[in-house]
Every structure is written in structure tokens, then in C-alpha cells.
Design a protein around this ligand. Structure first.
Ligand code: SF4
Ligand code: MG
Length: 328
């Protein structure tokens, strides 16, 4: 249904070009959940903003984003407007930025319905009340007449979800939908997303930095580092049998409820994407780095059901260029 092919996104700036996404290939099938996980600055938000064509106009985008066969990157803005909201819905991290503080919540939902569907305003408001009920807002009729500031953070995010699903999109993109919320509310919003997905049969593209969230909801996961996916495949294979040293590091640095094992964080920082390294972007932080890692980018290899970009999967890499001969 959604196929991203060799996506690259560059932002020219006064001091050089930021290579935010450096070659992304992903596929999402009807009704499934794909999660993109990575630290901030790894390119995950930029990738989904490219899908929605929400990037600033100076961004340079190449590659293809195929949505049911048509390349979204080639659509005129007018055609794109009918994809946004109607075929693909999107929710962001901070619900306040998606809501208009001066407008009653019910009217905002009604307005977004009327952008895509022909019906009377009265009917749209009725539908808004039904949607508020569907996303679990109690006393929806009264709540439809409230303003966003009268809602709690969790209720606001529910209202944003109501807007995003108002036209029954085939795909819902959620960019860190729970990050701004309290832990208990986070779990409720994830539960809601899972329920809605099941009821409506939508696909979900979920951006997060939280591996626990991935384990909860996703079928497949792509781990991004410095603008590239470094490990991509079914959740069990990636989270339970991580292959890439970066994925292994992420999993070791995540708190496990009830465990007394010390957390080991990954030393160092991600590279500067104004000037990305010539070889593997993780080399300066990788405990297994070899000389070849610094000079050449690893090819993507298929192992089990996953795609992994790491020289460790190439037996000759050690032999020809010296195991551990490059030290940091
Ligand atoms: Fe580490 Fe080399 Fe693999 Fe990069 S390619 S993750 S530096 S072993
Ligand atoms: Mg982000």
C-alpha cells in the first residue's frame, strides 16, 4: 500500500547541506503497523513529513513514495490535499499544535470532515460527536462544545485522533503520539490507537523513540540511525534477536520494569548530518568497528526476515581489512 523507495531529504542551509534522510526503503501493507524508531535527529519525522508532503519548500527530496501505486512526490498540491486527511491521516506529538485554541472542539472536527465530505454542517457536528465518543471522550455532546484548553492533555490527543480518523483514512501516521503525555495516559492512547486500527482496518505508521511502544503495537520495525534504516524487519526478530550493534545498544539502554540490571547507555553521540561520515555512521560508537567500517558504508544484507546494514554480516570484511584494526 505504501512503498518508500530510496528516499533522500536534504536541507540546504547557510553553512552547508543537512542530509536528514540518506536512503530509506520501507514497505507498509494494508492494515499492518510499521514503526520507525530512532533517536531525535535520526530522520524519522522528516521521513513521514515527506510522505505527507509537509516539508518546507527548500527541502530537496528524491526517491519515490508510492501510495497505492501513485508517487506522492509527483502529485500537484491540489491532489495531495485530497490524499491528506482523507486517505492518510496524521497526528503529531503535541496535540496543542494541531488544535485551534479559539474554536470549539466539535466544530474543529466538523470542519475537517467538511473539507473532504459533502454534508450539512449540522450533520458534520453530529458526526463529530460520534467521533468523540469513538475515541473514548466521556459525555461527548457536552465535550464537543468545549474549547481545547478545557481538555486534559490526554483528551486533547484523543480529539486530535478523532480529527485524523474523521474521514476513515486507510493509513494513520502518528509521530510520537504519546511522548508529551503522562505514562498512564500514554498507555491509554496506545490502546486506543490499537483498537481503532482493528475496528477500522487502517494501517498505522508509528514514529517513536520508545522501544516499549514498538513492542506493544508494531508488526514490523525499522531502526533508523543518522538518516538511514540500519535494521528492518518483523518486531520479534528485531527486538528479541537484534543483529545490528546499534539496535543491541538501544535494547541494553532501555529500562526493563522490575529488572535490577544496570542500564548501559551507548557512549558518544550521533554524527553531524551536515557532514556525515564516509563509512558506517555508527562506527565512532560501535564496539565492533573494523577499519572497513570507517571507509565504506555497509551494504544492506538480508538475514532471517530482516534487512541489516552492517559489515559484521560480511565475513570477508574482517579478513580483508583487518578485524579491530581501526581503534577509536
Ligand atoms: Fe559497527 Fe562496522 Fe557494523 Fe557499523 S558496519 S555497526 S561500525 S561493525
Ligand atoms: Mg521527531
Amino acid at each position: 500500500m505504501l512503498q518508500i523507495k530510496d528516499l533522500k531529504v536534504h536541507f540546504p542551509t547557510q553553512i552547508g547541506t543537512v542530509q536528514a534522510v540518506r536512503g530509506l526503503d520501507l514497505t507498509l501493507e494494508e492494515g499492518k503497523t510499521l514503526s520507525i524508531v530512532g533517536e531525535s535527529g535520526s530522520g524519522k519525522s522528516v521521513a513521514v513529513q515527506s510522505v505527507m508532503r509537509l516539508l518546507p519548500s527548500h527541502a530537496k527530496i528524491s526517491g519515490e513514495i508510492l501510495w497505492n501505486g501513485k508517487n506522492l512526490l509527483g502529485l500537484a498540491e491540489k491532489q495531495m490535499q485530497s490524499v491528506r486527511g482523507r486517505e492518510i491521516g496524521m497526528i503529531f506529538q503535541d496535540p496543542m499544535t494541531s488544535l485551534n485554541p479559539t474554536m470549539k472542539v466539535g466544530h474543529q472536527i466538523a470542519e475537517s470532515i467538511l473539507q473532504h465530505e459533502r454534508m450539512s454542517a449540522k450533520k458534520a457536528v453530529e458526526k463529530a460527536v460520534e467521533l468523540l465518543d469513538l475515541v473514548g471522550i466521556p459525555d461527548p455532546r457536552r465535550r464537543a462544545a468545549s474549547y481545547p484548553h478545557q481538555f486534559s492533555g490526554g483528551m486533547r490527543q484523543r480529539a486530535v485522533i478523532a480529527i485524523a480518523i474523521a474521514c476513515s483514512p486507510r493509513l494513520l501516521i502518528a509521530d510520537e503520539p504519546t511522548t508529551a503525555l503522562d505514562v498512564t495516559v500514554q498507555a491509554q492512547i496506545l490502546e486506543l490507537l490499537k483498537d481503532l486500527q482493528k475496528q477500522m482496518g487502517m494501517a498505522l505508521l508509528l514514529i517513536t523513540h520508545d522501544l516499549a511502544v514498538v513492542g506493544e503495537v508494531a508488526d514490523e520495525v525499522a531502526v533508523m540511525y543518522a538518516g538511514k534504516p540500519i535494521e528492518y524487519g518483523p518486531v520479534e526478530d528485531v527486538l528479541h534477536r537484534p543483529t545490528h550493534p546499534y539496535t543491541q545498544g538501544l535494547l541494553r539502554s532501555r529500562p526493563i520494569p522490575g529488572s535490577r540490571e544496570p542500564l548501559i547507555s551507548i557512549p558518544g553521540t550521533p554524527p553531524d548530518l551536515l557532514n556525515p561520515p564516509q563509512g558506517c555512521a555508527f562506527a565512532s560508537r560501535c564496539p565492533h568497528a573494523m577499519r572497513i567500517c570507517k571507509d565504506y558504508q555497509p551494504d544492506v544484507e538480508t538475514i532471517d526476515n530482516k534487512q541489516v546494514a552492517c559489515w559484521l554480516l560480511h565475513p570477508q570484511a574482517k579478513e580483508t581489512l583487518g578485524w579491530n584494526s581501526y581503534s577509536y
